[in-house]
Design a protein around this ligand. Structure first.
Ligand code: COA
Length: 335
C-alpha cells in the first residue's frame, strides 16, 4: 500500500458487480408457509419474489462474486487493491468475513474489515472508504454490501418474513487528483428508536465450572415494528436528502436517478413524491429481490449500469436506512 499523497481531491467509480443466489422464493410459495397472499405482499411492499441462500452462498461467497465482477469491470490488477470494506450484519464468521473475501480474491495488499450498520451498511461503508481515499492513505478500494438475512428471519412471522432476501453488491472506487465524483454525504443514528428493528443476541446462561457462569452465543430472529420503521423511513429519508441537496448546492431537479435502499415500493414512491422526483427516475428492483439489507443499493446500481440506464456522469442521489436506527445519504456522479 503506497497511497497517493499529492493534490488529492476526490474519487471516481470504476466498477460495479453483484451476486444473488439462484434459489427463488415467490410470494405464492411463502403463502404455503404463512397466512398471506401474493396480492397482499405485492400491494403492501411491491415484492414478488426473493432469493434465498443455499449452503454454498454465505456472505463470503456472495461478497467474493460481487467483488470479482466489480474488479473485472474496473480492469484492476487485484494486487493493486488497498482496502476492502464489507458491510454486513450476517457474517459467516463473527470475527469478520472481509478477510476471507480478501484471501479468496488474492488481494494480499489490501486491508480488509467488516462494518455493521444493517441496511445503512453499504452507504456507511462507502462513506468510510472514500474518507481513506480522499485522505491519501489508500488509492483503490472495494466496498461490498452482502447479507444473508434468510438465516435470521422468523419464517413463521408473516409481518416480517415476506420482506427479506439474500444477495451482494460491490463497488470499485479509486482516488484521483483530477476531479471528485463523490459530491457529498450525511449520516445519522438514533439508538433511542433502535428497538423498532433488532436482531438481538440470546443470553442462555450456562456454567463453565462451579460458580462461574457464562452466556452461550446465539441470536434470536429479526424483530420488527413494521409501522414504526415505515414512518421513520418516509419521514427521515426526504429530510436527510433535502439537507444534502442544500449543502452541496444541488437541487432535486438535477438528480438523474434516485437509488434508495430497496425496502418497500411505497417507501420509495413516498420519498420520491416528497422530493418531487418523478417515478421514472426512481430505480427499483425489489420486486425480484425484496430487501437484501446492505446489498440493495449496489445490487440496484449494478443492474442499472449494466443495462445502460445509469450512464457516465449521471447524478445519483442515494440513501440507506434501517436498523440502529441509522440512515444516511450520498450524492455521487457515476464514473
Ligand atoms: N399477509 C397478510 N396479512 C398481513 C401480513 C401478511 N404478510 N402481515 C401483516 N398482515 C396483517 C396484520 O396482521 C394486520 O391485520 P389486523 O389488522 O387484522 O391486525 C394487517 O395486515 C395490517 O398490518 P400492518 O402491520 O398495519 O401492515 P402494514 O400496512 O404496515 O404493512 C409492512 C406491513 C411490514 C409491509 C409495512 O409496515 C412495512 O413495509 N414497514 C417497513 C418495514 C421495513 O421496510 N423494514 C426494513 C427496513 S430496512
Amino acid at each position: 500500500m503506497e497511497g497517493i499523497k499529492v493534490n488529492q481531491i476526490g474519487v471516481s467509480f470504476k466498477g460495479i458487480g453483484s451476486y444473488v443466489p439462484d434459489q427463488v422464493l415467490t410470494n405464492q410459495k411463502i403463502s404455503q408457509k404463512v397466512d398471506t397472499s401474493d396480492e397482499w405482499i405485492k400491494s403492501r411492499t411491491g415484492i414478488s419474489e426473493r432469493r434465498i441462500s443455499r449452503l454454498e452462498d454465505n456472505v463470503t461467497e456472495m461478497g467474493y462474486e460481487a467483488a470479482l465482477n466489480a474488479i473485472e469491470m474496473a480492469n484492476w490488477d487485484i494486487k493493486t487493491i488497498d482496502l476492502i470494506v464489507l458491510a454486513t450484519s450476517t457474517p459467516n464468521d463473527l470475527f469478520g468475513s472481509a478477510p476471507s473475501i480478501q484471501a479468496k480474491l488474492g488481494a494480499y495488499n489490501a486491508v480488509a474489515f467488516d462494518l455493521t450498520a444493517a441496511c445503512s451498511g453499504f452507504l456507511f461503508a462507502l462513506i468510510t472508504a472514500t474518507q481513506f481515499l480522499k485522505g491519501g492513505s489508500f488509492k483503490r478500494a472495494i466496498v461490498i454490501g452482502a447479507d444473508q438475512l434468510s438465516s435470521f428471519v422468523d419464517w413463521n412471522d408473516r409481518r416480517s418474513c415476506i420482506l427479506f432476501g439474500d444477495g451482494a453488491g460491490a463497488l470499485a472506487v479509486e482516488a484521483t487528483n483530477e476531479f471528485d465524483n463523490f459530491i457529498g454525504f450525511d449520516m445519522r443514528t438514533d439508538g433511542e428508536r433502535g428497538s423498532f428493528l433488532n436482531l438481538p443476541s440470546t443470553n442462555n446462561k450456562d456454567s463453565i465450572i462451579d460458580n462461574i457462569d457464562f452466556l452461550s452465543g446465539g441470536f434470536s430472529p429479526i424483530q420488527m415494528n413494521g409501522q414504526e420503521v415505515y414512518k421513520f423511513a418516509v419521514r427521515e429519508v426526504p429530510i436527510i436528502l433535502e439537507k444534502l441537496f442544500r449543502n452541496t448546492n444541488y437541487s432535486s431537479d438535477e438528480v438523474d436517478w434516485l437509488v434508495l435502499h430497496q425496502a418497500n415500493q411505497r417507501i420509495l414512491d413516498s420519498v420520491g413524491d416528497r422530493l418531487k422526483i418523478p417515478r421514472e427516475k426512481i430505480l427499483s428492483n425489489l420486486e425480484k429481490y425484496g430487501n437484501t439489507s446492505a446489498a440493495t443499493i449496489p445490487l440496484m446500481m449494478d443492474e442499472a449500469i449494466r443495462n445502460n440506464r445509469i450512464k457516465h456522469n449521471d447524478i445519483i442521489a442515494t440513501s440507506g436506512f434501517g436498523a440502529g436506527l441509522s440512515w444516511g445519504a450520498a450524492l455521487i456522479k457515476w464514473g
